[in-house]
Design a protein around this ligand. Structure first.
Ligand SMILES: Cc1cc2nc3c(=O)[nH]c(=O)nc-3n(C[C@H](O)[C@H](O)[C@H](O)COP(=O)(O)OP(=O)(O)OC[C@H]3O[C@@H](n4cnc5c(N)ncnc54)[C@H](O)[C@@H]3O)c2cc1C
Length: 398
């Protein structure tokens, strides 16, 4: 099996295939690098993949979330389950090492293109695959491989070649900053008018990762950068901004389209970002990349690679499609203002948000949960208003 890309999706798939005894080559040109990313993995991710809870892999466990509405109104939301924040360089090294320890072979080269032998030639060889990969390296050809796993991320060439470009409206633009010396005990999520996305600050070991994302075309890159710079300058002063390292990157996502995008064909499959397996609301993708690598490896191991797309569509795709549907209304400024107000006044609403961030609240049951809790939420809001009036009165009297 040839795996193109050693991010979380490709590296985990390579590890699982090597463990199953298959011969795997993992093509990853970059040694250790800070991939443009927040690096946040919800509690659900560490429960499903306990290997991430390894003392050799540094992380911050964050238990508070500061929500900031477009008006500037804030809510401090306790997180019942921590958000785990990793440096992507550390995560990259760790996942690659796991793949190689299990027996995958590392080819440290960029795959430029690939092709497959014609069906007749494959049949004559008695083989299924016949994939040949061309590399950006001096002795640049490898193969033949029976199966091709494309895990080369949102900007890699594989998806376009195998399944066409990303679906319309599925891409977000992200601008990010690494902020040395900024390390808080909460994550910050800030929302803006006219932005189907948000700004974040995630504290990591040794630095913070900050960024802003919105649907591609919402705002020009300079506009996103302007909002981000202004926020950082006001919040932390000029110094961290001046010392920051910046990047821009695209974030794919699963769309609400009724017809799912192609993620698999004869002798090949896409995993992670290459398949657009990102939550369109939160832009969470690391968990889905690892999970898709896991499901594909299991299907290949069982000799039924075609089960991969079926399993995904049956079990995971409906939730990601719902995320895309919810995302449309979620970033509406009036909804966000209400949400932030409610989070500040009702522990029940704050808990729903905390569960959403932890990956414990499915979108499918979000509305029923809120409706069921509505009377108690109303009571909490009223009690909070009364408390606020009582606290203000003595000040007026004096
Ligand atoms: C700004 C931003 C913030 C984000 N924040 C979060 C977050 O906080 N939490 C979260 O869960 N998700 C977040 N995401 C999404 C997350 O980064 C991705 O979903 C995740 O990294 C996908 O993993 P992957 O393995 O599919 O791809 P990637 O991590 O992109 O890995 C792809 C790998 O393929 C390699 N590659 C590329 N081209 C080739 C080639 N031609 N040949 C060989 N190798 C190649 C690359 O070097 C890379 O190592 C964010 C994304 C962005 C852009």
């Amino acid at each position: 099996v040839a795996v193109i890309g050693g991010g979380p999706g490709g590296a985990h798939c390579a590890r699982r295939l090597a463990e199953a005894g298959l011969r795997v080559t993992l093509f990853e040109p970059r040694p250790s690098h800070e991939k443009p990313c927040g690096g946040g993995i919800p509690a659900r991710g560490l429960e499903r993949f306990p290997f991430l809870d390894d003392p050799r892999l540094p992380r911050r466990e964050i238990r508070r979330c500061l929500l900031v509405a477009p008006s500037g109104r804030e809510a401090d939301v306790p997180l019942a389950d921590p958000l785990h924040v990793f440096s992507r360089a550390d995560l990259h090294d760790f996942m690659m090492r796991r793949a190689l320890e299990a027996g995958a072979r590392h080819a440290p080269a960029r795959v430029v293109t690939f092709e497959r032998a014609a069906a007749g030639a494959r049949a004559r060889n008695g083989g299924e695959g016949g994939w040949t990969l061309r590399l950006a390296a001096p002795d640049g050809v490898e193969g033949p491989f029976d199966f091709l796993v494309a895990a080369d991320g949102a900007a890699g060439p594989a998806r376009r070649r195998l399944a066409g470009g990303p679906p319309a409206g599925s891409l977000s633009q992200g601008i990010g900053y690494y902020l040395p010396g900024v390390s808080e005990d909460c994550i910050t999520l800030k929302f803006y008018h006219r932005l189907n996305g948000y700004l974040w600050v995630f504290p990591r070991p040794g630095h913070s990762s900050a960024g802003i994302c919105g649907t591609l075309g919402d705002l020009p890159t300079a506009g996103l950068k302007g909002l981000m710079d202004e926020f950082l300058r006001i919040r932390y002063g000029p110094e961290p901004l001046a010392r920051s390292t910046r990047y821009a990157a695209l974030i794919p996502a699963t769309t609400a389209a009724p017809r799912p995008a192609t993620m698999q064909g004869d002798g090949w499959a896409l995993v992670g970002d290459a398949a657009g397996l990102v939550d369109a609301l939160t832009r969470e993708g690391i968990y889905y990349a690892i999970l898709s690598g896991e499901i594909l490896a299991r299907a290949i191991e069982a000799g039924r690679p075609d089960e991969y797309a079926r399993t995904w569509r049956r079990n995971l795709a409906p939730e990601l499609t719902r995320a895309a549907r919810y995302a449309r209304g979620f970033f509406d400024p009036s909804f966000i203002e209400r949400l932030v107000r409610l989070c500040a006044r009702s522990p029940r609403v704050a808990r729903v948000l905390s569960d959403l961030l932890a990956g414990r609240q499915a979108y499918a049951t979000l509305k029923p949960r809120l409706i069921l809790n509505a009377p108690l939420i109303g009571f909490e809001v009223m009690a909070s208003r009364l408390r606020a009036t009582r606290d203000v009165r003595p000040a007026r009297d004096s």
